[in-house]
Design a protein around this ligand. Structure first.
Ligand code: ARG
Ligand code: ZN
Length: 472
C-alpha cells in the first residue's frame, strides 16, 4: 500500500485503511479536465502520458475499429481514480497489470478506478481494449472521424483522438506514438512519423508507424483507404512519404503538384524557423469533402478541396509552418491559438514574396484595407478569440497583421531572430502569447505591451499608424 496516513489516536493504520475510501486516505480522483479555460473537460489531471502504443484492426467495409491501447504514464498526484478522454466502447481496462473498474461520464470521459490506488510520481501502465464504429460516435453533436467510400480518417482540431484512441487529450501532455493498424490486403494505412514496416498474413496487412518525438494528441492522425504512396528525401536529408487517395478524381494532379513540393517548402521554411524538427516528413490527401487542412505532426492532412483551383503550395507552406509554430512549440491553452495561426499565415505571406506574388508588406496592407472599420472581423481578438471563434479568419489574417506590426516595431534583424529563436526556446514544449511577448521584448529590448494590446486584444480596427507609433 502506498497510503501514508497519520492516524490520530490509538487506531491502527491497517484497520483504518480498510474502513475508509481511498480518497479519504489522501488519494483523490484526478480532475476530469486539465484546466483549459476554453475547454474545461479536455485532457485530465493527475498523470502525464509519455507513450501511446496503439495496436488496432480496421475494417473499411463497416468502419469498425478495434484493438488495444497501451499507455505509459506517470502519476503527478496520489490517485484513487483518473480519467481518459474516449468515445469508443471499452471491453477491459488494466492498470499495472490488474483489471480495473471503468465507467463513462460526461461527453467523452472514461473513468478508471484501479484496484490499488496509485502513489504520486510513480510509473503506471494502462491497457485499454476497445472496439466501435467511430463514425457513429458524437460528442457535443459532432464527429471528427471522416468516413470515406474506402475507409476513414481521424483529423481535427482541437479534438480528434476521442474517436480512435483513449488519451489525455490536451497539447500540454505530449507523448511519442507507435500506431500499428491491420487492414485488408490492398488497403493502406497512413499515420504520423516513419513507416517502420508492413507485413501480410491471412489476407490482412499490418502497417507499423512510429512518431518518436513528443506529439500532441490532436496532432496524431490515422487515415485508412486506398492510397498511392510516394517517397523521397529533402535536400537536408529528411525522408519524405506522401500519400494520395486513389480516388481524387480531377483533383489528383493539383494535389500532387502541391504536396510533392513538401521537401522544398520544409527546407525553405527551415531558413526562417531553424532546422526541421522531426525525422519524418510528408503529407496525405484522402478522398474527403472536409473543408480544412490540418498540421498533423510530420504529415499534414490536406483536403481535396484545397486543390479545386489547381496547385496550392500556399496551404502546404501553412501546414508545414505549423510543424514549428504549433507542433514543436504548442499552445499552453487553446486561447494561445494566435501563435499557431498568425505565424502559419505569415509564412504564407513570406512564400508569396518568395514566389514574386506580392510581398508580406503588400499583403498586410491589402488585408488591412479589405476590412472596413465596421467589419465584425475587427471584433475578434486574436490573442483570446474565445472557443467559438478559435479558427475565425481574424485569428489568421489579423493575427498575421500583428506579426507584420511586430516586424515593423522591432525591425527586421530582431524580428527574424525572434522567428528562428522561438521554436528553439520552447522546443517540444508549450508556450503562451504572454511568453511570446516576453521573448520578443527580451530580444528587441523594446516594451511591446501596447503593440500586443492594439493588434491582439482590442476589439476594434487599429489605426493605420499603429505599428510605427507603438515602436516609439
Ligand atoms: N490548424 C488548422 C489549419 O489552419 C485549422 C483546423 C480548423 N479546424 C476546424 N475544425 N475547422 O491549418
Ligand atoms: Zn493553421
Amino acid at each position: 500500500m502506498h497510503r501514508r496516513l497519520i492516524v490520530p489516536g490509538a487506531l491502527g493504520a491497517a484497520v483504518l485503511m480498510l474502513a475508509i475510501p481511498a480518497s479519504a486516505a489522501g488519494h483523490s480522483p484526478g480532475a476530469p479536465g486539465i484546466g483549459d479555460p476554453y475547454y474545461p473537460a479536455y485532457g485530465n489531471g493527475g498523470y502525464d502520458v509519455s507513450h501511446y502504443d496503439l495496436r488496432l484492426t480496421y475494417q473499411p467495409a463497416t468502419d469498425r475499429l478495434e484493438g488495444t491501447a497501451t499507455l505509459l504514464a506517470r502519476t503527478t498526484q496520489d490517485l484513487s481514480r483518473f480519467n481518459l478522454d474516449f468515445l469508443l466502447d471499452v471491453g477491459e481496462v488494466r492498470v499495472n497489470g490488474a483489471p480495473a473498474a471503468f465507467a463513462t461520464s460526461g461527453e467523452h470521459e472514461l473513468e478508471i478506478t484501479p484496484k490499488t490506488p496509485l502513489a504520486k510520481d510513480t510509473p503506471v501502465t494502462v491497457v485499454v481494449r476497445y472496439s466501435g464504429v467511430p463514425s457513429s460516435k458524437k460528442a457535443y453533436g459532432f464527429t471528427s472521424w471522416h468516413r470515406t467510400p474506402d475507409g476513414g480518417i481521424g483529423a481535427n482540431e482541437p479534438e480528434a483522438a476521442w474517436w480512435w484512441f483513449p488519451s489525455n487529450d490536451h497539447p500540454l501532455d505530449k507523448a511519442t506514438f507507435d500506431v500499428s493498424v491491420q487492414v485488408p490486403d490492398g488497403t493502406q494505412v497512413i499515420s504520423n512519423g516513419t513507416l517502420q514496416s508492413t507485413s501480410s498474413r491471412l489476407g490482412w496487412t499490418r502497417w507499423n508507424w512510429r512518431s518518436d518525438k513528443p506529439q500532441a494528441t490532436y496532432l496524431a492522425t490515422l487515415a485508412i483507404g486506398r492510397f498511392d504512396l510516394t517517397t523521397g528525401t529533402t535536400e537536408s536529408g529528411i525522408p519524405v512519404v506522401n500519400a494520395y487517395s486513389k480516388d481524387l478524381g480531377a483533383h489528383a494532379g493539383a494535389a500532387r503538384a502541391s504536396v510533392e513540393r513538401t521537401g522544398e517548402v520544409a527546407d525553405w521554411l527551415a531558413g526562417y524557423f531553424g532546422p526541421y524538427p522531426y525525422n519524418a516528413l510528408g503529407g496525405y490527401v484522402p478522398n474527403t469533402g472536409t473543408g480544412y487542412a490540418l498540421e498533423t505532426q510530420t504529415r499534414p492532412f490536406y483536403s481535396p478541396r484545397q486543390f479545386t483551383n489547381g496547385s496550392n503550395v500556399s496551404v502546404v507552406v501553412h501546414e508545414l509552418a505549423h510543424q514549428w509554430y504549433g507542433d514543436l512549440v504548442s499552445v499552453r491553452g487553446w486561447q494561445d491559438i494566435w501563435i499557431n495561426e498568425g505565424f502559419a499565415r505569415y509564412a504564407q505571406w513570406l512564400w508569396s514574396e518568395h514566389e514574386g506574388e506580392g510581398t508580406a508588406r503588400e499583403l498586410a496592407d491589402y488585408t488591412y484595407a479589405s476590412h472596413p472599420a465596421d467589419d465584425p472581423f475587427w471584433t475578434v481578438r486574436p490573442g483570446d478569440p474565445g472557443p467559438d471563434d478559435q479558427f475565425h479568419l481574424a485569428v489568421y489574417d489579423r493575427g498575421a497583421l500583428a506579426v507584420q506590426a511586430l516586424r515593423e516595431a522591432i525591425g527586421d534583424e530582431d524580428f527574424f531572430t525572434v522567428l528562428k529563436g522561438w521554436p528553439a526556446k520552447y522546443a517540444h514544449g508549450n508556450a503562451s502569447v504572454a511568453d511570446f511577448r516576453r521573448y520578443a521584448e527580451e530580444v528587441s529590448g523594446k516594451p511591446l505591451a501596447a503593440l500586443f494590446d492594439t493588434w491582439l486584444y482590442e476589439p476594434v480596427k487599429p489605426a493605420a499608424s499603429a505599428a510605427r507609433s507603438a515602436s516609439v
